[in-house]
Ligand binder design. Structure first.
Ligand code: TRP
Length: 339
């Protein structure tokens, strides 16, 4: 029997996780999740709603549960196919927590203190610097290594965490013999870094205090049009991609992503037009583009039984892969075999 946990498998394995912390933004979608669907044909993909990571910040349990289910439904609405890929909720597969411990014992305190996201988050939540927040990157390493993933689609903000995962894997392999695949980052199409509509020098983020800064992929048409109408631009009046025109550059990037047109096509389409007209066109294009996501989400949320079937099946399939790797790592470190 061939061991699918090993790198000789026919297709490369992809793993990525997303936190269930609310509706994905247009930035999450265009920058990341949109690329996950097409990967399914080329790779064996495993996608997870990482609820255990989200627990590092205090949450209301009722809302948290609801958000986790919604995020799962959203992934499917964004084109992740639970038949093609393994799509599951992290806490449903105990392997993550198991490998987390083994890896924690192979990670240095000093390494974790260097994580910039920890420093930022600790500053943001000074009243709850829990140890989960501190060891979060170890759990992320476990998420990836527990499937021996080859490729990990991530945003730039997760590079440092992936680098740590690689270091942990290399060190473990050196100490105990070949166990883990060393994962590589997978960075989607360039130029898909979407900025805030209110401050186009900053990344579009759901934690932005200004509600007009960020478009959510479930926003209705009126809301989308309103947010684009209020988008910050510049005092120039020409629609062209240029330095110093961050607002217009961002709108052009968004328009290009949703229509497939390149910048010069967009410049000629809107030559002589005012910013108002352009913003309206971008809003309309975004709304049309997101329409199928909105309607699929609505349909799925009306069928909770189907969702449950999908995530239960996903967790079982995930476990079948990860449990072999946990067993292997357990043997390597010297845990007693009991099977
Ligand atoms: N830390 C990632 C984020 O906040 C989410 C995540 C958790 C992840 N585990 C992962 C991403 C494993 C890629 C692979 O965006």
């Amino acid at each position: 029997m061939t061991d699918i946990s090993q790198p000789e498998r026919a297709k490369k394995r992809v793993f990525s996780g997303i936190q269930p912390t609310g509706v994905f933004t247009l930035g999450n979608y265009l920058g990341a999740i949109r690329n996950w669907g097409p990967l399914q044909d080329e790779y064996d993909c495993i996608y997870s709603i990482v609820d255990m990571h989200a627990l590092t910040v205090k949450r209301d349990p009722v809302k948290f549960r609801q958000q986790t289910i919604e995020s799962y439904a959203l992934l499917l609405s964004c084109g992740i196919d639970p038949k093609k890929s393994i799509v599951f909720i992290q806490s449903h597969n105990p392997s993550h927590a198991q490998l987390n411990w083994i890896l924690a014992c192979a990670t240095q305190f000093g390494e974790l203190t260097r994580m910039t996201q920890f420093k930022d988050k600790a500053k943001k939540h000074p009243d709850d610097i829990n140890t989960g927040l501190f060891t979060y990157p170890v759990l992320m390493a476990a998420d990836i290594l527990v499937y021996n993933a080859d490729l990990v689609p991530i945003g730039k903000d997760q590079k440092q965490h992936l680098e740590l995962a690689r270091n942990i894997a290399v060190r473990f392999n050196q100490r105990f013999g070949d166990t883990f695949v060393i994962p590589d980052g997978y960075f989607g199409a360039a130029g898909a870094s979407i900025k805030s509509l209110q401050d186009p020098t900053k990344k579009m983020s759901k934690s932005d205090d200004n509600p007009n800064a960020c478009v959510y992929i479930l926003d209705d048409k009126d809301t989308i049009l309103r947010k684009f109408k209020r988008a910050v631009t510049d005092s120039d009046s020409e629609i062209r991609f240029a330095e110093g025109k961050d607002g217009i550059n961002n709108l052009m990037t968004i328009y290009s992503c949703v229509t497939g047109k390149d910048f010069s096509a967009i410049e000629s389409e809107f030559s002589g037009c005012g910013y108002g007209e352009f913003k309206l066109a971008v809003g309309e294009a975004v709304s049309d583009y997101l329409e199928p996501v909105r309607s699929e989400f609505k349909r799925l949320m009306g069928d909770k039984a189907y969702l449950k079937e999908c995530y239960t099946d996903g967790a079982q399939r995930a476990f079948r892969i990860s449990n072999k790797i946990v067993t292997k790592a357990s043997r390597k470190v010297g845990f007693v075999d009991y099977r």
